[in-house]
Design a binder for this molecule. Structure first.
Ligand code: NAD
Ligand code: UGA
Length: 476
């Protein structure tokens, strides 16, 4: 180990206590007892939530996360807002901050906004002591490590008169939400890109505490940065491909589930990431493809940019398509109709609604005059409020008076039963397990021929053969 430790044990600091920083550091702390991990964030609210004594209000819902936090927090895992102190003590610093799409200026709407990465680099330059390994874990455009290097070397103002130096590594994260702990405990691979072998090996030695060495891929910095964008683009491309075929199935009498089975059983194609749905959501696929498109345009590769942009176009089209089908089946008018929305999260097992297809689809239905009765087991009303930006009625206010509908256009329901009962149609947007076991015969207040739109292929068509419900399944 080349690194001179700043104490008796290896100190890790993680900047950014979000969906990646929190779970990743929890798993490192769990598997490396000789390491002290401090996760810092500028958001006091987030840090307070991570420190919640009863573990009831952790900022992120992930299966098994609570148990790990409970066993490591206060022992070798700490959450704090003292960013400069954690940086000074650190041997290794993971940068896990947000890298959203730029909203204004050069490259707006496509390029990544690296403001938070730059700020981290400046803080590290100011407060680090001695030699520090700086690890890019956030998803970034290729060549970001060069930006980090430049900032670190220009801004190391030696506030504490210490001699400082840095090694920069790229170590992108491949976890998927809702499955984060499982992905972190049993990753397909760990990717480490860097320039100096000792630093790469030091980072590798941390993962080797629980990951087989054969799964650790070592590359140069730029391959590592680009591989992360490419992996997300490939995954998203498979979803757009199958969604485009789902539309063709509906026109031709083919059944998308049968097509998926037939196509996916070819080992060269494989069957994962071929599940049709209302389009991909989540904080990353769209932003990472936009970023890839921007990079291609920047390097003059117009055709390549256009190719990847089409993945995004199909994704938007799929969302519009679902709204249009629903509107058509309801006689082209939603005015005064109550629509039960089952699921608002961008996928099951997460409370995350970033870029969820539910946002576009719900806004389109509201624009058509519908009243939405929304249910999601993990998403809070305040989260939805920010996205629908529309009035909502008070929890106990009657929605039976249809005159109210023009003024109040959605509400959230704690019970699936109350959400569905009395609705004019039901739209399934997230594949929560509990929706599979709904007793459809119980909804006495739903009229005959009430439509169920299953955009997640969650239910069994046979269940509805002799029922009062009309059942529409995506891609069949
Ligand atoms: P997030 O928004 O949940 O968390 C980022 C956190 O960083 C926020 O809490 C923010 O307050 C904090 N932060 C920003 N600047 C800071 C600073 N200078 N000092 C201290 N704290 C600061 O984001 P996320 O979902 O965890 O994603 C982080 C990165 O990881 C992104 O680049 C994303 O593309 C990538 N990624 C995300 C996922 C995922 O599943 N969410 C998976 C793989 C990779
Ligand atoms: C995705 C990748 O799977 C992770 O490897 C990556 O680390 C992460 O992005 C990231 O960089 O942020 P995530 O967005 O959490 O993870 O979730 P996915 O399981 O990939 O699902 C993304 C979206 O695609 C969801 O809306 C999901 O419902 C949809 N999807 C997924 C489908 O419609 N069909 C599928 O077959 C798979």
């Amino acid at each position: 180990m080349d690194l001179e430790k700043k104490g008796n044990i290896l100190n890790i600091c993680c900047i950014g206590a979000g969906y990646v920083g929190g779970p990743t550091m929890a798993v490192i702390a769990k598997n490396c007892k000789n390491v002290k991990v401090t996760v810092v964030d500028v958001s006091r609210e987030r840090i307070d939530a991570w420190n919640d004594i009863n573990l009831q209000n952790l900022p992120i819902f992930e299966p098994q996360l609570k148990e790990i936090i409970s066993s490591c927090r206060g022992k070798n895992l700490f959450f704090s807002t003292e960013v400069s102190k954690a940086i000074s003590n650190a041997d290794i610093i993971f940068i896990c901050v947000n890298t959203p799409t730029k909203e204004r200026g050069l490259g707006a709407g496509k390029a990544s906004n690296l403001k938070w990465i730059e700020l981290c680099a400046k803080q590290i330059a100011n407060f680090s002591v001695g030699h520090t390994l700086v690890v890019e874990k956030s998803t970034v455009p290729v060549k970001t490590a060069q930006v980090l290097k430049t900032i670190l070397n220009c801004n190391n103002n030696n506030l504490n008169n210490s001699k400082k130096s840095f090694s920069i590594l790229s170590n992108p994260e491949f976890l998927s939400e809702g499955n984060a702990i499982e992905d972190l405990e049993n990753p397909d691979r760990i990717l480490i890109g860097g320039e100096d072998e000792n630093s790469i090996n030091l980072l590798s030695s941390i993962y080797e505490n629980w990951v087989d060495k054969s799964k650790i891929i070592k590359t140069n910095l730029w391959s590592s940065e680009l591989s992360k964008l490419t992996a997300n683009a490939f995954l998203a491309q498979r979803i757009s491909s199958i969604n485009s075929i789902s539309a063709l199935c509906e026109k031709t009498g083919a059944d998308i589930e049968q097509v998926v089975e037939a196509v996916g059983s070819d080992k060269r194609i494989g069957n994962s990431f071929l599940k049709p749905g209302p389009g991909f959501g989540g904080s990353c696929f769209k932003k990472d493809i936009l970023n890839l498109v921007y990079l291609c345009e920047f390097f003059g590769l117009e055709e390549v940019a256009e190719y990847w942009n089409s993945v995004l176009k199909i994704n938007e089209w799929q969302q519009d398509r679902i709204s249009k089908i629903l509107i058509e089946k309801l006689f082209n008018t939603l005015s005064g109709k109550k629509i039960a929305i089952l699921g608002f999260a961008f996928k099951a097992n997460t409370n995350d609604i970033r870029e969820s297809p539910a946002i576009n689809i719900c806004n389109q239905l509201i624009n058509e005059g519908a009243f939405l009765k929304i249910h999601d087991p993990k998403v809070k009303k305040e989260q939805i409020e920010k996205e629908l930006k529309l009035n909502n009625i008070k929890e106990n206010e009657s929605i039976d008076d249809r005159n109210l509908i023009d003024f109040h256009n959605w509400n959230i329901y704690k019970s699936v039963f109350d959400c569905i009962n009395g609705s004019d149609c039901i739209l399934i947007l997230t594949e929560w397990e509990e929706y599979k076991n709904i007793e459809w015969n119980d909804f006495i207040e739903c009229e005959n021929n009430t439509w169920i739109f299953d955009a997640r292929l969650l239910l069994d068509k046979k269940k509805f053969e002799n029922s009062k419900f009309n059942y529409w399944k995506l891609g069949s």
